[in-house]
Design a binder for this molecule. Sequence first.
Ligand code: GDG
Length: 723
Amino acid sequence: MSKTIIVSNRLPISLRHRNGKFEFKPSAGGLATGLGSIYKEGENIWIGWPGNTVDDPEQRAEIILELHDLKMAPVFLSKADVEEFYEGFSNETLWPAFHYFTQYMVYNPDHWEAYKRVNRKFCDAILKKAGPDDTIWVHDYQLLLLPQMLREALPNATIAFFQHIPFPSYEIIRMIPWRKELLEGICGADLIGFHTYDDMRHFLSAVGRITGLSNESGYIQAENRIINVDSFPMGIDYDKFAKQAKSRKTQNIVKEFRKQVGDQKMLLTIDRLDYSKGIPQRIEVFDQLLKQHKELHGKVSMIMVVVPSRDKVQSYKELKEEIDTLVGRINSEYSTLNWVPIHYFYRSFPFEELSAFYSMSDIALVTPLRDGMNLVCKEFVASKTDQTGVLILSEMAGASKELQDAVLVNPNDRQGVVDAIFTALSMPEAEQKARIASLQQSLKTYDVFQWVKVFMDRVDHVKTKQAELNSKDVDLKIMSEMQAQFAGAQSPVLFLDYDGTLTGFTANPQDAKPDTELKELVKKLSEKAQVVIISGRDKDTLGTWFKGQKVDMIAEHGVWVKTRDHQDWELYAEVDSSWKEDIRNIMEYYVLRTPGAFIEEKHHSLVWHYRKVESGLGDLRMRELFSHLKYMARGHNLQVLEGNMVLEIKRPDINKGRAATALMKGHEYDFVLAIGDDWTDEDTFKAMPKNSFTIRVGYAYTAANYNIKSFRQVRNLLAKLLS
Ligand code: GDG
């Protein structure tokens, strides 16, 4: 039976060494709770770093044993690993980059080496537990290389990846020297999830520009499979927060706290210590509020919980000092004997007390400068069981995309946030209730359990979709059938498309000429079979490239034909070129507006190339030109077709299928094979007689009988036919 393996940098436990013994405390964090329904089942397991460095083999053995009972397995990290991989590359390169704090980014090749080394350690640990058909769900930015490492070792495994922090624009990603390896690492997964649509679209754009893999409707077309990229906004364990807020324990704590602060209005802020959370900026906003509204003195105070985090990283140390100084200054400036403006705690609280803070506060001020999702704001809403209270939420938090009934603010607009607090302090109860009720409705539905379910369902969906496409793969059985038939054939014919089928794509189309390997292959094939090169290329190029070879050629999608025994090209289709001038004028206009674009004129068609145009701009212009040409085409009875980085306009009655049929007329073939990689080859496939072998390169839906991965595999297949 296949199992599911959850992988994250940290295991959901805290490990303490006390009196010579290790003590484990399972964490009650949102992710651990949500995934509990998975890793605690059957043979499933959670793999990650326990959080301490342990070198002693005996102690390690003890930890392995204890974790085993909790359905977990450790990856042990050395002190150097923690410093270079975790504090270094993860938290000093990726974290600032992904949160748009480029000024904090460190580019250290040693840290990068450590990142690769530790991702490999995770991979090795997983491979000790994983079977070939298991599902492996990798979490977060510390393990970006892991999906591809796993894919290489377990090609059939189901691999999913979820990133909990933002995915920034391509402009930021391109700054990282190791960007290509990182993106290729993630693309080892079958399903890639982010919190928001913006993260997902940034990722797709970076993958397209940096690795060259194209995508459509959230599906990346990788070499041998499709990868689904989607947004899955993470929820919380709603009932747990709602229940706890109502509990007697929490309400007793609320009473105690209230005794101390009286009937003051309370603002609540809770964050991990992090510059992305905008803590100093928030304190300054509060200062400004007190400056501008003296009437609030003594009536409003702020509870500020900062949970210690990454305090070994320099930028975090500096942040801590900055917060300490700011709080000190404001409290010393405004405090009276019975009023302290900021109740500042640099520590974490037990769950009941956290719940009491949520429950008693009038306003939650959640103003990160950048946040993947932010769960604190959701927990506050779930804890407001009487539905009074106001959530002020930063537009820069992923949660703001869902929580439209919060008071949304731009955290950089200081006066805007001051005004939002002031408005919130006087918001009528009916409005508070209406807003909270609507927020609660959505958070109840999309809780963390629903999040896990939707994600896992999507994993199944993408695997089914892959299986549909792979069902037509040229496997060993089909290969040997083809070999046997070819070996016994008296008059075999092979229709071979050129670009993308016999060779890869190049920036300059004229650079894609046949290499020695290909020439040799074609030569050998043509000794045994009738080889037809059937291409959209112009006749002169094809003629030059295959000069001296014993092959037939169909050029320009069937306008020209040259058989192996003839010197000259024969015009297959009567061509009326009167339409060309109008269309060329339009295309030229788009060339002038689009650096890198150019026009290729063929006998029967005009082609607008945009492979060398800045990516994004090329697509945009192509769409514009497409609709322009479609409109023009009607008047001329022409057909506009989208190809690989080209837009071609031609007569509809000229196609490869028609030419192939004409070429086969009057011949009896006992073996027919056609291979091609794009829509123009679909006409060839459809024109082939029954019992032919038709193969499409790539994994698109096709009329061909089979699919094959890439032009490399095509060459292998052809070589095998000869062997
Ligand atoms: C990353 C992303 C994304 C806080 N103080 C106490 C305490 N907490 C708990 C909260 C909340 C969690 O910590 C903080 O979660 P956030 O989502 O706000 O932030 P990150 O830690 O930065 O998390 C973030 C998240 O991953 C999930 O994908 O939302 O954007 O940065 O659950 O309750 N818990 C207790 N005592 C405290 O004093 N018990």
